[in-house]
Design a protein around this ligand. Structure first.
Ligand code: KIV
Ligand code: ZN
Length: 405
């Protein structure tokens, strides 16, 4: 039988509602978090990190509500973040308790720079705290994840010792964070390999990775980590998160999907296997991206991979000609595979009500006839002033109209 670390499937751990919400200006209220959690469940993520329950009463309430409503028997694992101390862990345990499958994710920094300036603790103290707090979390739940924060800048030998202790104390997932987005693909792959080779009990845990995008390398780093044994990826929708953000879920999932035959051998699968590497329903990606963007107020750049407005648009005549003859000339994936329709209808002043209604439906808006009529009038007014009406314009029109109602 395969040990957890030999799994041939990639676990998608979504942290949009925790690390993603740490994006400056991206605060979400409880209802908004719930709406996103529901959509993440439809998308098929394995784990939703729903928040940091000790950080505020609102976050506690959100994690508890999500656990209650989204954490059903056939739903995702609901996870709460906790620093490695008792009050945090207790709050996380209480908040995730209503979920059928629940996890506590506890962390403490292991790099010397964090130990000296932030924690003011010795390595021996940190190692002991990590083991004690994993054991404490284990007294509430079976599923415990441990992260050595700033792993990438930690002394690897010390890191191996901390991980060994955390697994011995009951951690079932050990997560390796590149907290400051500093690593490179080759270096990160080597660290994951080093962990596999030097942590004696590593086979009892899943290796997870978590990374920030300060140098724009988070997704590339994760893919190299997969090749070297990582089986859980921590990511966010649209790559939102602290500073330059986290690894983008849609990019990771589509890279693993489109290039599955390249990745198959690293997961011990036959090279030509067509079986998906994740449980994600990729046709829900675009809708999820739009929802997160609308509720957080964080715009998606037009050239953003997978979900940007231009990701499936062809502009130059040469490209258009090629695509009309055979899509494969300039397309490596179908627009439908992420939930878009094939032909992009460009809405302008000559568009009719039917095209308008169809586009709104594609964006997830099902308006009453009365709301549709009002929105259509606003659309025509705007189309007289603007060459092309974008999805952003449509969303703004619908939100204005439905909020006035
Ligand atoms: O970036 C980081 O190190 C984190 C940890 C809490 C996993 O977000
Ligand atoms: Zn992070």
């Amino acid at each position: 039988m395969n040990t957890p670390s030999q799994s041939d499937r990639i676990i998608i751990f979504d942290t949009t509602l925790r690390d993603g919400e740490q994006s400056p200006g991206a605060t979400l209220n409880v209802d908004e978090k719930l709406a996103i959690a529901r959509q993440l469940a439809r998308l098929g993520v394995d784990v939703i990190e729903a928040g940091f329950p000790y950080s505020s009463p609102g976050d506690f309430e959100a994690v508890q509500k999500i656990s209650h409503t989204v954490g059903t028997a056939d739903g995702p694992i609901i996870c709460g973040l906790a620093r490695a101390n008792r009050p945090d862990i207790k709050a996380a345990a209480e908040a995730v308790k209503p979920a059928a499958h629940h996890r506590i994710h506890t962390f403490i920094a292991t790099s010397d720079i964090h130990l000296e300036y932030k924690l003011r603790k010795t390595r021996a103290e940190v190692k002991a705290i990590a083991a004690d707090m994993v054991a404490y979390a284990k007294s509430f739940v079976n599923d415990v994840e441990f992260s050595p924060e700033d792993a990438i800048r930690s002394d690897p030998d010390f890191l191996y010792e901390v991980l060994e202790q955390a697994i011995a104390a009951g951690a079932t997932t050990i997560n390796i964070p590149d907290t400051v987005g500093y690593t490179t693909p080759t270096e990160f792959g080597a660290l994951i390999r080093g962990i596999k080779e030097n942590v004696p009990n590593i086979d009892q845990a899943i290796i997870s990775v978590h990374g920030h995008n300060d140098l724009g390398l988070a997704v590339a780093n994760f893919l190299e980590a997969v090749k070297n044994g990582a089986r859980q990826l921590e990511c966010t929708i649209n790559g939102i998160g602290e500073r330059a953000g986290n690894a983008a879920l849609e990019e990771l999932v589509m890279a693993l999907h489109v290039r599955r035959q390249y990745f198959n051998p690293f997961l011990g699968r036959p090279a030509d296997s067509e079986a998906p590497l994740t449980k994600i329903d990729t046709r829900q990606l675009y809708k999820t991206s739009r929802l997160v963007s609308t509720l957080t107020g964080m715009l998606v750049q037009p050239n953003k991979a997978i979900v940007g407005a231009n990701a499936f648009a062809h502009e130059s005549g040469i490209h258009q000609d090629g695509v009309l003859k055979n899509k494969l000339t300039y397309e490596i994936m179908d627009a439908q595979s992420i939930g878009l329709t094939d032909n992009q209808i460009v809405l302008g002043k000559l568009s009719g009500r039917n095209a308008f209604r169809t586009r709104l439906k594609e964006l997830g808006f099902d308006l009453t006839d009365q709301d549709l009529n009002k929105a259509f009038v606003r659309f025509k007014e705007l189309a007289d002033k603007k060459k092309e009406i974008t999805d952003w314009d449509l969303e703004a029109i619908v939100h204005d109209e439905t909020q006035q109602a």
